[in-house]
Design a protein around this ligand. Structure first.
Ligand SMILES: Nc1nc2c(ncn2[C@@H]2O[C@H](COP(=O)(O)OP(=O)(O)O)[C@@H](O)[C@H]2O)c(=O)[nH]1
Ligand SMILES: [Mg+2]
Length: 198
């Protein structure tokens, strides 16, 4: 049986929990991205990132599959601390839907609402939307973060993780094996080989 003070503890714990809404058309990779966020969190070194690990494991991620009705969506958007919008680069309709959601979010919460837009499925060969056009729409028209990622192979997921935490008021995380550095090191190593052969 819960006492009044237990109830208060539970209630205040509940209030402290961050609510993150994950929206986008079906099959774009929403569930996969949330799984990747938890995986990235579990791989962080405990001692250094104790506070972050605790925060992320307590976030309530809600996939917006139940919000087909505008009034439900409106309420969910209103109560969210941050929103992740996901589209697949292989499907322009999924990007158009994200653009509609961005307008809806701006109308409900103004431009201050923390939103991270994820361009998912970048591991595939096919692209239905030009990356620069998508980037301009998201970052210039709506002033939101835009991250290219693949929940399949994990590319860009550390950036999604870091952007989300910044949107929730945390300092940026500098990953020791940053993907950009890895790409730079690999490219640099290839170039050195070419120069050595000459
Ligand atoms: N190729 C590829 N497939 C993905 C990626 N992310 C998710 N998928 C696949 O897309 C399908 C839908 O993913 P899911 O996360 O369930 O989408 P949701 O309906 O938006 O939650 C699944 O078969 C996933 O394995 C990705 O980045 N690349
Ligand atoms: Mg899902």
């Amino acid at each position: 049986m819960s006492t009044m003070s237990n109830f208060d503890d539970d209630h205040s714990e509940q209030c402290k929990k961050k609510q993150v809404l994950v929206m986008g058309l079906p099959e774009v990779g929403k569930t996969s991205i949330v799984e990747q966020i938890h995986e990235t969190n579990s791989e962080l070194p405990g001692r250094k990132y104790h506070h972050i690990k605790k925060l992320v494991s307590s976030i309530e991620f809600t996939e917006a599959i139940d919000y087909n009705f505008k009034s439900f969506r409106k309420r969910a958007i209103h109560h969210a601390d941050a929103i992740i919008l996901v589209y697949s680069v292989e499907d322009i309709q999924s990007f158009d839907y994200v653009a509609i959601l961005l307008e809806e979010i701006a109308a409900i919460k103004g431009s201050e609402m923390p939103v991270v837009v994820v361009a998912n499925k970048t591991d595939g060969e096919f692209r239905d939307i030009h990356p620069i056009i998508a980037d301009c729409v998201v970052t210039i028209d709506f002033e939101c973060s835009h991250v290219e990622a693949s929940a399949e192979n994990g590319d860009g997921m550390k950036q999604v993780f870091s952007e989300l935490l910044q949107k929730l008021g945390e300092k940026p995380i500098i990953f020791e094996k940053d993907e950009n550095n890895k790409w730079f090191r690999q490219t640099f190593a290839k170039m050195s080989l070419v120069f050595k052969k000459q």
